[in-house]
Design a protein around this ligand. Structure first.
Ligand code: NBP
Length: 478
C-alpha cells in the first residue's frame, strides 16, 4: 500500500466515522481503521465514494497508508481503550509522528499519556471535540492541547474541518498537555448548567405560569430572537413543539424524567472542589441529574411529603418575562463560574489559557454556542485578567437589570414548591459574591473553638487563637 493519506482516523463508531467523512469532504486523503474490520468494510461501502478514503484492515496497513510525519486521530471509547490503542500504534510509528486523542478523556489521563508518548519520541495532541454527531460531520468546535510542534503538524487539517463563525475557525491551540481536554470538560460542565437552567425555566413556565406546552415552545422561540439566542434555546423550542404520535400529546410528556450522565459534568465539579472554585451552578446541575435518577424514591416521596398548600399561581406575561430575565442572569453566573474555573486551572497547571479564545471557538459547532459568547470574548479582549465576568460592565449591567425579576422568580418558585436549584444557587452565588462582609467570621470562630484552627483579624496582621474555655483571652498563634 502506498503512503498517500495525509490523515488517519482509527475508531469508526459514530464520532470517528463522521470526522473521517468531514476530513475527506475537504479533499484531504484520509486512511480509516477500526478494531473490528467489519465496521471498516461497512464504512467503506456506505461512504467510500464521498471522498479520498483508504480503508485498512490492520494496524500495519493503516500505518503504511500514511504520509510522514504520520498524523492519526483516535476516536475510541474513553478510558482503557485509549491506552490500548496508543500502545499498539506507538510500536508501529517513527519519531515525530503525531497521535491525537479526540475522545472525552480525563485531562489527568491526557497529562500522563502526553508524558508517556513524548518519551517515545512521538507527539501527542489531547483534543477536545464538541458538537456531537452532527458537529463531527459538518464542523465541530475543536480544542487541541499538547505541544506546539504536534499541533503545528495537524493545524491545517483541524482548522479546515472545524466550524467557522465570521470567517474564524472554531479551533485554537488551547495549551500544553491536558489543557485541551480540560477546556472541553469545563465546556461540558457549562452545558450541564445551561440545560438545567432551561429545564427549570420550562418547569416554572408550566407549573408556575400555567402555560401549555405548545405555548412554552413559542415562548422559547421568541426568547431565541433576543439575548438568550443559542443552540440550546432553539432546540428547546423544537423539542416542546413535537407531538407524540401514539398519544397525540406533547412528546416531552411521555419521556421518562430520569436524566443520564456520562461523567464530564461530575469531573468538572470534582475538579472545582480540588481547586476551591465556587462552581455552584454546574455542581447543582450534576446533583439535579442525580436526583432525577432516583425515580422510585421520588414517586414514593411525592405521596408522602407535604408541599406548599395550593395558592394563587401568578399566571401571565409578567412571570414569563421575569423567567426570561432570571434565566439570562443565571446563565451569566454559570458561565462566569466556568471561566473562573478555567482561569484557576490555568494558573495551577501553568497552561496560560487564552480565555477569550475559548469563547471564540465555542461560538460555532458546539452545544453551548450562543450569542453572548461574543460578549465574553470582548470582555477578555479588553482585559485578559478579568477576575470574574460579573464584574465586566456589560454583564454587571445585564444582571443588575435582571435581578428584580430573578428574585421574584426564585421567591415564587419557593412559594409554589417548584425546585429551581440552579436558578436559586446562581442567585445565592451572586448575592454571596457581592457581599463585602459575610458570615464566614462565625465559621472561623467556631473552627477556632472546636479545633483551635486559628483566625485572622480585620484590624491587625497575624494569626490568632482565642482560649475559649479558659479566660477568653486571645493569643497570637505561631
Ligand atoms: P464509542 O465511545 O462508543 O467507542 C466505540 C469505538 O471504540 C469503536 O470504534 C470501538 O471499536 C472502539 N474500541 C473500544 Br469500545 N475498545 C477498543 C479497544 N480496546 N481497542 C480498539 N478500539 C476499541 O464511540 P463514539 O460514540 O464514536 O465516541 C468516541 C469518543 O468521542 C468517546 O470518547 C466519546 O466520549 C467521545 N464523544 C464525543 C462526543 C462529542 O460531542 N464530542 C459525542 C459522543 C462521543 P470496535 O468497533 O472494534 O468495538
Amino acid at each position: 500500500m502506498s503512503a498517500e493519506s495525509r490523515f488517519g482516523v482509527t475508531g469508526l463508531a459514530v464520532m470517528g466515522a463522521n470526522i473521517a467523512r468531514n476530513v475527506a469532504h475537504h479533499g484531504i486523503p484520509v486512511a480509516v481503521h477500526n478494531r473490528t474490520t467489519a465496521t471498516t468494510e461497512r464504512f467503506m461501502e456506505e461512504h467510500g465514494s464521498e471522498g479520498p478514503f483508504t480503508g485498512t484492515h490492520s494496524v500495519d496497513e493503516f500505518v503504511a497508508a500514511l504520509e510522514r510525519p504520520r498524523t492519526i486521530l483516535l476516536m475510541v471509547k474513553a478510558g482503557p481503550p485509549v491506552d490500548a490503542v496508543l500502545d499498539e500504534l506507538a510500536g508501529h510509528l517513527d519519531e515525530g509522528d503525531v497521535l491525537l486523542d479526540g475522545g472525552n478523556s480525563h485531562f489527568r489521563d491526557t497529562q500522563r499519556r502526553s508524558e508517556q508518548i513524548e518519551s517515545r519520541g512521538l507527539r501527542f495532541v489531547g483534543t477536545g471535540i464538541s458538537g456531537g454527531e452532527e458537529g463531527a460531520l459538518k464542523g465541530p468546535s475543536i480544542m487541541p492541547g499538547g505541544g506546539t510542534e504536534g499541533y503545528g503538524a495537524v493545524e491545517e487539517v483541524l482548522t479546515s474541518i472545524a466550524a467557522e463563525v465570521d470567517g474564524t475557525p472554531c479551533c485554537v491551540h488551547v495549551g500544553p498537555d491536558g489543557a485541551g481536554h480540560y477546556v472541553k470538560m469545563v465546556h461540558n460542565g457549562i452545558e450541564y448548567a445551561d440545560i438545567q437552567l432551561i429545564a427549570e425555566a420550562y418547569d416554572l413556565l408550566r407549573v408556575g405560569a400555567g402555560l401549555e406546552v405548545p405555548e412554552i415552545a413559542s415562548v422559547f422561540e421568541g426568547w431565541n430572537g433576543g439575548d438568550l439566542e443559542s443552540f440550546l434555546i432553539e432546540i428547546t423550542a423544537t423539542v416542546l413543539a413535537r407531538t407524540d404520535e401514539r398519544t397525540g400529546g406533547p412528546l416531552v410528556d411521555v419521556i421518562l424524567d430520569q436524566a443520564e450522565q456520562k461523567g464530564t459534568g461530575r469531573w468538572t465539579a470534582q475538579d472545582a472542589l480540588e481547586l476551591g472554585v465556587p462552581l455552584t451552578a454546574i455542581t447543582e446541575a450534576v446533583f439535579a441529574r442525580s436526583l432525577s435518577a432516583l425515580r422510585d424514591e421520588r414517586v414514593r416521596a411525592s405521596s408522602e411529603l407535604a408541599g406548599p398548600r395550593p395558592g394563587e399561581a401568578r399566571v401571565g406575561r409578567d412571570l414569563v418575562d421575569d423567567i426570561q430575565r432570571a434565566l439570562y442572569a443565571s446563565k451569566v453566573v454559570a458561565y462566569a463560574q466556568g471561566f473562573q474555573q478555567m482561569a484557576a486551572a490555568s494558573e495551577v497547571e501553568g497552561w496560560n489559557l487564552d480565555l477569550g479564545a475559548m469563547a471564540t471557538i465555542w461560538r460555532g459547532g458546539c452545544i453551548i454556542r450562543a450569542r453572548f459568547l461574543d460578549r465574553i470574548r470582548e470582555a477578555y479582549d479588553a482585559d485578559p485578567h478579568t477576575p470574574n465576568l460579573l464584574l465586566v460592565d456589560y454583564f454587571r449591567d445585564a444582571v443588575a437589570d435582571a435581578q428584580d425579576s430573578w428574585r421574584r422568580v426564585v421567591a415564587h418558585a419557593v412559594e409554589l414548591g417548584i425546585a429551581v436549584p440552579a436558578f436559586a444557587s446562581a442567585l445565592a452565588y451572586y448575592d454571596g459574591y457581592r457581599r463585602e462582609r459575610g458570615p464566614a467570621s462565625l465559621i472561623q470562630a467556631q473552627r477556632d473553638l472546636f479545633g483551635a484552627h486559628t483566625y485572622r483579624r480585620v484590624d491587625r496582621e497575624g494569626v490568632f487563637h482565642t482560649l475559649w474555655g479558659e479566660d477568653g483571652a486571645e493569643v497570637e498563634a505561631p
